[in-house]
Structure formats: C-alpha cells, structure tokens
Design a protein around this ligand. Structure first.
Ligand code: CDP
Length: 222
C-alpha cells in the first residue's frame, strides 16, 4: 500500500523543511516540486534566454534534463547532469521562477513528471498546486501558512547560513510578497488551498512541533 501526502503553501512557509522530516520519519520519498521549477528557470537563465521569451523557452524545454540524486544523504537537484542545488536557490532564480512557472507548457511537462514519480511509491510532495492539480486524490493534504515577516526571517536566516547575504531582510520580504502575489493570481494552477486540505500555521510552533503535529494528523486518520 502506498500513501501520498500533498503540502502546499506560499514561499518559505516551511514546506520543504517539514516535508523532508516527515519523509524521513515515514521512510517515504520527498519530492520538492519547487526545485524542478527552479531548475527549469536556471536552465533558461544559463542559456541566456529572457524569461519572457516564450517561443525560445518552448524550443529548449525538451532539452532540459532534471533529476534528483542523493549527495551525502541529502537530496539535490541535478540540471543536465550537474549538481545545481546551490544555484537553483540563488536570488536571480528566485526572482525569475514565478514568470517561468506561470507558463502552461512548463507546468504540463513538470506535472507529468511529478505524477509519474508518485505513481509507484509513497511520497510527500510539496509545492503550490499539489493538492489541487498534481495529486487531487492525495491521502493527506496540508496547506501551510505563516506571516510574511516570519517567512522572510526564515529565508533570510537560511540564506545567511548558505553564505548569501546580498539582500537586506526588507528586500527579501518584498521579493517573497511579490512572488506569492504572482503565484496566487496566475491563470494556470494558482497557489490555492484545496477544499479538503488542512491549514497549518507553521509560525505558531517549532519545526519539531510542526513535524509532530502533521504526523499526528496523518496517524490519526490513517
Ligand atoms: O522554497 P520556496 O517556498 O521559496 O519556493 P519553491 O517551493 O522552491 O518554489 C519556487 C517557485 O516555483 C514558486 O514561487 C512558484 O512560482 C513555483 N512553483 C509552482 O509554480 N508550482 C509548484 N508546485 C512548486 C513551485
């Protein structure tokens, strides 16, 4: 028997941190769909293509190779055979990813890949449209929320820990707010809570408490 867990929510709402730990505790696969959209965005930027050049993006999309591989026990996104885990989290990619992820043909390709990954194994998958579009029949659906201040602080701390310190807290917060607005108002698969998703305010508890809370909801109804 397989289980599927969908986690959606706005930028830096704690999805990947919590999803990774849930995957570990349940011994199932974690799939970071945001990393896939970031990977396509990085590929476009690396090829010198503007993110509004829809025709060129369409032309190269099938030549972009995305994979997940483990490096020292940590899942990394590989782009065209190269470890791109660092680069996909750059400020430039963060500032351009929403424009790329709004393109219907990009979504079609990645959603197809995501569904295939979830077909034969138990997964916890996080993103913006997992509970609404990718896995509408997921066994468990969560929608994470937290204030823009808390989310910006988390991402700021993460960036500092990774040696990225070229943005002030305020600039980062504005980027996050802009990205949420873009993701929530786009035409195709906007960021939206599924009717049957459980909302979790991740700003109220510590990471460990959030993980325990989500696991308790899964175990209670399983
Ligand atoms: O980690 P963070 O919350 O900042 O974002 P992410 O999960 O890495 O996603 C980056 C971007 O990819 C989002 O802002 C969306 O534009 C897009 N995305 C999407 O459209 N659909 C998904 N299922 C996942 C991400």
């Amino acid at each position: 028997m397989t289980i599927t867990i969908a986690i959606d929510g706005p930028a830096a709402s704690g999805k990947s941190t919590i999803a990774k730990q849930i995957a570990k505790k349940l011994n199932i696969t974690y799939i970071d769909t945001g990393a896939m959209y970031r990977g396509v965005t990085l590929a476009i930027l690396k090829r010198g293509i503007e993110v509004d050049n829809v025709q060129e993006i369409r032309n190269i999309l099938n030549n972009i190779e995305l994979d997940f591989n483990f490096v020292n026990g940590v899942q990394h996104l590989f782009l065209d055979g190269q470890d791109a885990e660092e680069e996909i989290r750059s400020i430039e990619v963060s500032q351009n990813v929403s424009a790329v992820s709004a393109l219907d043909f990009v979504r079609e390709k990645l959603v197809d890949l995501q569904r295939k990954m979830a077909e034969k194994q138990s997964v916890v998958m996080d993103g913006r449209d997992i509970g609404t579009v990718v896995l509408p029949k997921a066994d468990f659906k969560f929608f994470f929320i937290a204030s823009p201040e808390i989310r910006a602080q988390r991402r700021y701390d993460e960036n500092i820990a990774r040696g990225i310190n070229t943005q002030t807290f305020e600039e980062l917060k504005q980027d996050i707010i802009r990205r949420d607005e873009y993701d929530s108002t786009r035409e195709h698969s906007p960021l939206k809570q599924a009717d049957d998703a459980i909302a979790v305010d991740t700003g109220l508890l510590s990471i460990e408490e959030n993980v325990e809370y989500v696991l308790s909801l899964i175990q209670k109804t399983n």
